[in-house]
Design a protein around this ligand. Structure first.
Ligand code: ZN
Length: 244
């Protein structure tokens, strides 16, 4: 089955149980990594689907190049992403607002915004999505829709993005949302990009090899493991001082 093998080769490097709860970087413990300390109190929890590295095999590129990937593979990955969102954030679904990280693009609003597939997948799991709330103005992220911002005041906001590279961008988006009145900010991310980090890549490969299931059952493995690892992690360390 070509679909199943490409599925595994491309995507299934699950997040390690021992990883930074904010950016999913493999760590020695479960505390936030050095680079994410400033996110404590700003980002409340995070869910990541997979590690990725390299160019052509990165899920980050899947959603930018529609023609380049098998449609079945694409919908399988989207379904899994939606399920991760439901498993992780379903308890917030009554009042949470989901937004996409704004695309860095030269055109104002591209018609084929690759993030929209991820947002649709989350929407299908009954989470409320608002589109085009934020936008880049040069290098700055700004509020593009003031009505939407008013709507999220006092509510939890979940940021959806396809890739986190350093956490800097989602960090500034989270900071902006908090300053605009979001009660808490969560991350729902497709891939943690670990290119150029040989230790992290090795850890991801070893972990994948040790997962006691066959490749054909990896999706079931994911479903069984949400609730126990990364995706449900909530930051109570640094974040708790910010809550009153
Ligand atoms: Zn981190």
């Amino acid at each position: 089955m070509p679909l199943r093998s490409s599925w595994a080769d491309l995507f299934f490097y699950p997040i390690l149980p021992m990883s930074c709860p904010a950016c999913a970087l493999p760590t020695a413990g479960s505390a936030m990594c050095q680079g994410c300390r400033h996110l404590g109190g700003v980002v409340r929890s995070a869910a990541y689907l997979s590690y990725t590295w390299g160019r052509s095999k990165s899920p980050a590129y899947l959603f930018k190049n529609r023609g380049a990937f098998d449609n079945d593979l694409r919908s399988a990955v989207l379904k899994l992403f939606g399920q991760m969102a439901r498993f992780t954030f379903g308890a917030l679904s009554d009042d949470a607002i989901v937004i996409g990280a704004p695309p860095r693009t030269t055109k104002k609003w591209g018609k084929d915004d690759h993030l929209d597939d991820l947002l649709c997948a989350v929407e299908q799991e009954n989470l409320t999505v608002l589109r085009k709330v934020l936008a880049y103005e040069g290098d700055e992220i700004r509020v593009a829709d003031t009505h939407a911002i008013q709507e999220m005041r006092g509510k939890p906001v979940i940021i959806v993005d396809n890739t986190v590279v350093t956490g800097e961008t989602v960090g500034s988006i989270a900071g902006l949302l908090r300053s605009q009145g979001a009660s808490e900010v969560h991350l729902c991310i497709m891939s943690r990009y670990i290119d150029g980090m040989p230790d992290a890549i090795e850890a991801a490969q070893v972990y994948r090899r040790e997962i006691p299931v066959r490749i054909e059952n990896l999706d079931e493995w994911y479903l069984a493991n949400w609730g126990g690892i990364g995706p449900t992690t909530s930051f109570d360390t640094v974040g708790s001082s910010d809550e009153h």
